[in-house]
Each structure stands twice: as structure tokens, then as C-alpha cells.
Design a protein around this ligand. Structure first.
Ligand code: NDP
Length: 329
């Protein structure tokens, strides 16, 4: 009989009612792919919370093993780039959405989706960063490409105590930016200052409907929240600035005016981590290796086991998680 391994499986009944169960699978149950990986660490991202809670249509193939990212060791491969024993990371590519994902002890995927685990980084470290951290790095790179360097002025990070936000605060402060962290949890101010924030503001300041233009407060921003928050961030961005938008924790709408774009030359930079080309991923992970203080990862992450994934998924959509959650399998 084939060896079984633990997995979380999300299913839907004839009435499209979703259920989540811990089950045993065999490798024969996995979907097609040319590399099989022993998953050593994964994480709980906001998107995983939406998938497991069913609060948004993240899962588009039933039944499905959720989990959008993992780090682990190749156990078998027919892909030219990978051999048994290689340490790898996967983020996105529809894994945990349309392809069986990270919440199983084994994953079989397309080898083109994998990137090597950077030297000196453990699977646990890589998942303390996870898709949230890799996305934060994509935001920082986008701002830099737009010329938003520390001398241009402060940068704001919204949803700062969350996963993307925490890593963005940490990276931007290490690079010398004056970081203004916006949070709805004032009790997390000491945590954000410890990560490197120069100022902490209340999310309420950015939550009301935005004026077309408001007082210029920052040269750029990383926005994980969307909706009125992003509209306010744009209206408060100084002349020629830019905002990297990656999230929708506050809503998918954007009730803004064109005034910041046409009167201040502000740019809105869209960030997608899921389908980002391999070269972009390699650059982001290389930069994480050089620009993120791995010592800080311990303070911005908590570790749980496989059995804690479902509870953590519900907590993250309720905004109860601080920083990053790492799952040691
Ligand atoms: P987290 O839940 O860890 O962080 C989101 C943070 O947003 C919360 O911690 C909270 O921060 C803030 N927040 C939550 N609800 C609201 C609300 N109603 N109004 C205002 N602020 C709110 O999630 P992640 O950091 O993992 O992800 C953040 C966002 O980025 C998500 O929308 C996610 O889907 C998206 N994302 C997008 C990616 C891409 O490729 N574009 C990749 C990864 C994530 P605080 O308590 O500090 O206010």
C-alpha cells in the first residue's frame, strides 16, 4: 500500500456549501507536475484565510488542498533544473487556488514554479517571509524603480501590523527610509517601532472617504488595505510620488479621484506576486537575502504546527494575527 500523508482538504457539496477536513492522501492523489516536494514549512497568508473560511472565491477547483506557499526538499524530479535533495520555495502560480497546495506533507508541482531556497536561509525562515514578505519586497523594488529613495521623504505602510506590512516596515527601515506605519491596533505600536517604524499613525486617519487632494505627507507608500485607505494614501502623496498597491484587507474598491495623478503626477504601482515571472521572483528573494534583517524575523513571526492551520486561517481574516505565522510541518 502507498504511504499516506496528512493534508487539509477543502470540499464543496451539491449546494456549494464548503467544508474543511484533515485527511490522509497518497502521492497518487496529488495533481500533475514534474517535481514532488516534501513540504517542511508553510505559512498562513490572508489569501489562505479567505480560502479556508470561504469568505472569498479563492478556491476554483474542488476538492482542493489549500496553501499558497511552501518551502521544502525535492523528493523526486523529472525537471531539468531540480534534483532530489534540492531545497526550494514556491509562492503562488495558482497553488492553493487551482492546484493542490502547501497544506499537505507532499506537494507535486511544475518545476518552473520553484525557486531555490537562498543560501543561509532555512525553510522556516523562508516561510516567516512567505508570500507576504516576498510581496512586500516586490513593493519596495517597485518604489525604488520609480525613484522613491529615502531622500525623497517618508513612506507610509498601511496594514502595518499584518504580514505584508510588518515585512515592508522592516525592509524599508533597514534601507534607511523614514517609515510611517498605519495600524488599527495601537497596542502594536511598540512592535512596529521595534521593526523600524519612525512614526505610527492610526488607521482611522485614512479610513474616511478621501478628499481629491490632501496635505502632502509622504513620497510613497505600500498599501495592503485598498478602498478608502488607498484613496487617502494617494491623496496625501507628494508631487511625483508613487504608491505600490498590493492588498485589499479593507476592501477591493478604490473610491478615489484622478486628482493625485493629474495634478501631482502621482503613480499607482500595481503589485502581483502570483504570476510574477521567475526573474522577478529571483530578484525579490535575492534582495530579501540582503535587505531583510533575518534577526527581526523571529520578532515578526509566530510558529504553529499543522494542527493550528485552520484556526489561524480564521484568525487572519478577522485581523487577529500580528506579523507572520509559520507552520512547521
Ligand atoms: P494580514 O491579515 O496579515 O494583514 C492585513 C492587515 O490589514 C491587518 O493586519 C490589519 O493591519 C489591516 N486590516 C485588516 N482589516 C482591515 C480593515 N477592514 N481596514 C483597514 N485595515 C485592515 O494579511 P497579509 O499581510 O498577508 O496580506 C495583506 C493584503 O495583501 C491582503 O489583502 C492580501 O490578500 C494581499 N496580498 C496580495 C498579494 C499580491 O500578490 N498582490 C500577495 C500577498 C498578499 P493593522 O492591524 O496594522 O491595521
Amino acid at each position: 500500500m502507498s504511504e499516506t500523508f496528512k493534508a487539509i482538504l477543502v470540499s464543496r457539496d451539491a449546494e456549494k456549501k464548503q467544508s474543511v477536513a484533515v485527511t490522509d492522501l497518497t502521492e497518487a492523489d496529488l495533481m500533475e507536475g514534474d517535481v514532488t516536494v516534501a513540504v517542511e514549512a508553510t505559512t498562513v497568508n490572508y489569501k489562505d484565510g479567505l480560502a479556508i473560511s470561504g469568505k472569498a472565491p479563492v478556491i476554483r477547483r474542488w476538492p482542493l488542498v489549500p496553501g499558497i506557499d511552501f518551502a521544502g526538499t525535492v523528493v523526486s524530479s523529472s525537471h531539468a533544473d531540480w534534483r532530489k535533495g534540492d531545497k526550494v520555495i514556491l509562492n503562488g502560480w495558482g497553488v492553493g487556488e487551482t492546484h493542490f497546495g502547501a497544506y499537505a506533507e507532499r506537494a507535486r508541482v511544475n518545476g518552473d514554479w520553484l525557486v531555490p531556497l537562498p543560501q543561509g536561509m532555512s525553510p522556516h525562515d523562508a516561510m516567516a517571509i512567505g508570500t507576504a514578505g516576498y510581496t512586500a519586497m516586490l513593493c519596495v523594488i517597485a518604489l525604488e524603480r520609480h525613484g522613491i529613495v529615502p531622500d525623497r521623504g517618508p513612506v507610509v505602510v498601511t496594514g502595518a501590523a499584518g504580514g505584508v506590512g510588518s515585512v515592508a516596515v522592516s525592509i524599508l527601515s533597514s534601507l534607511g527610509y523614514h517609515v510611517i506605519a498605519s495600524t488599527g491596533r495601537s497596542a502594536e505600536s511598540p512592535y512596529l517601532i521595534d521593526l523600524g517604524a519612525a512614526e505610527v499613525i492610526s488607521r482611522d486617519e485614512l479610513a474616511q472617504p478621501a478628499k481629491p487632494l490632501a496635505k502632502e505627507r509622504w513620497a510613497g507608500g505600500v498599501d495592503a488595505v485598498g478602498s478608502h485607505t488607498l484613496a487617502n494614501v494617494l491623496s496625501m502623496t507628494s508631487y511625483g510620488g508613487a504608491v505600490a498597491a498590493c492588498g485589499l484587507a479593507g476592501g477591493m474598491d478604490l473610491p478615489a479621484s484622478v486628482a493625485p495623478f493629474i495634478l501631482r503626477g502621482v503613480c499607482l504601482l500595481g503589485i502581483d506576486s502570483v504570476m510574477a515571472p521567475k526573474a522577478v521572483r529571483l530578484e525579490a528573494w535575492r534582495r530579501i537575502g540582503t535587505d531583510l534583517d533575518l534577526q527581526k524575523l523571529a520578532s515578526l513571526s509566530t510558529t504553529i504546527g499543522f494542527d493550528g492551520i485552520i484556526d489561524a486561517a480564521h484568525d487572519i481574516v478577522e485581523g487577529k494575527i500580528r506579523g507572520r505565522v509559520v507552520v512547521d510541518m
